[in-house]
Design a protein around this ligand. Structure first.
Ligand code: T4K
Length: 367
């Protein structure tokens, strides 16, 4: 029997360190509703993310939902379908219409040359995704948003720790950026998420994450319950000290994958850090399969790996514009469709070994 290798595995901090935070939860008898650990964690993230404000949430999806609500968006939001269900659902669940823009095949992020053609008098925002942690063309999106007076909400679920223009944090761009701290992400708080932003949205976002409750007498808006609890914050406080080590380890693993995959025609990996000034986080190991050169298509490779107990994932197939609930909406997104049929995310996580990567690459090579 082969050892099973999944696309990812959560990072676990030193148990004693986590326990020291859990001891504080027991002593303080405080479990949720913006407790002391959550506040401490929020401040640590402000330092790390280099934004003026952070609002912690119970998961990344609800963070997106409250961001969409708090920005008072109306009508249409331009977004990309090459993403997780969450991005599109957060738009529609607020009663807005997603307008699907195609992606750039080099970075798999929104194709900035197509955004302006989709703007109408109903457009209120752009919701791009830093797919696999590859930064969108933030400066061009900024230019378009300014020109048409649109808000920008970045789905930065994959982009924790990414830097641009040498020193700028990825969340310094756009009105609000959403991060996911789900167990499967490079930085986890079990489940969890955050909104990071420089604008003056703190009060509003905090209201929306707590039912709209202003105080004991006043509820001022239709809010959600999206508060991060103290166990999640304990995990975040424990894990944040490891982040440089986590990214460093993933860089080494990615480097080994590259060396091995270079031997195989028809397998192309994405090399975003070649973009000048970008510090990448190596959050995923996406490869694009050219069936003619490789001799097998993406689905066949996925199955071949699965037979050997290696569970790669087809992130993001199907694209959201093809979901039953969205296929009635107009969409002209051939590059997104092509990517969804040719990209495979190979296993990558802190505890993955070089030997395991060799096993995976040997299987890929033996087509
Ligand atoms: N926007 C984008 C672009 C996103 O990618 C996501 C989430 C969001 C928004 C929303 O953020 P959150 O609300 O989730 O914070 C996973 C994650 O559940 C999801 O967070 C993530 N994107 C998405 C890309 O991947 P699945 O359906 O692939 O998860 P699952 O349970 O199949 O896990 C993948 C593998 O990880 C498993 O085969 C085994 C391993 N695993 C998983 C868990 C949960 C473990 O080893 N231990 C674990 O505890 O969605």
């Amino acid at each position: 029997m082969n050892e099973k290798i999944f696309v990812t595995q959560p990072f676990f901090p030193d148990r004693k360190l986590f326990d020291s935070y859990v001891d504080r939860i027991w002593e303080g008898k405080w479990l949720t509703n913006n407790g002391p650990l959550a506040m401490e964690f929020e401040n640590k993230l402000i330092d790390y993310l280099q934004t003026k404000n952070v609002t912690l949430t119970v998961n990344g999806h609800l963070a997106l939902e409250i961001a969409v609500r708090a920005l008072d968006l109306t009508g249409e939001v331009i977004t990309t379908p090459f993403t997780f269900a969450s991005t599109t659902h957060s738009i529609t669940s607020a009663g807005l219409t997603p307008v699907f823009c195609d992606i750039d095949p080099e970075t798999l992020t929104i194709d900035v040359t197509k955004i302006e053609t989709l703007i109408t008098d109903k457009t209120s925002a752009i919701a791009p995704v830093h797919v696999y942690g590859h930064p969108c063309n933030v400066r061009e999106i900024e230019r378009i948003a300014k020109k048409y007076n649109l808000k920008v909400i970045y789905d930065a679920a994959h982009a924790f720790g990414v830097k641009l223009e040498e020193t700028k944090g990825i969340c310094e761009f756009g009105d609000i950026s959403m991060l996911s701290f789900h167990a499967t992400k490079l930085f986890n708080t079990i489940e969890g998420g955050a909104l990071a932003y420089n604008g003056n949205y703190k009060r509003k976002l905090d209201l929306f994450k707590n039912f709209g409750i202003e105080n004991e007498d006043t509820v001022s808006c239709i809010g959600l319950n999206a508060k991060m609890n103290e166990f999640q914050a304990a995990m975040g406080l424990s894990n944040i000290g490891y982040i440089d080590d986590i990214i460093c380890r993933r860089k080494v693993l990615t480097g080994h994958y590259r060396t091995r995959l270079d031997e195989i025609p028809g397998i192309r990996y994405f090399v975003p850090e070649k973009t000048e000034g970008v510090k990448y986080n190596y959050s995923y190991m996406p490869v694009c399969i050219n069936p003619v050169e490789y001799g097998m298509d993406r689905n066949a490779l996925y199955l071949k790996l699965k037979e050997q107990d290696i569970f790669a994932r087809k992130y993001f197939y199907p694209i959201t514009s093809e979901f039953d609930c969205y296929k009635h909406l107009p969409s002209d997104v051939p590059e997104a469709k092509k990517a969804s049929e040719s990209v495979l995310c190979l296993p990558i996580y802190y505890d993955l070994t070089i030997e395991q990567i060799d096993r995976i690459c040997d299987i890929i090579k033996s087509r």
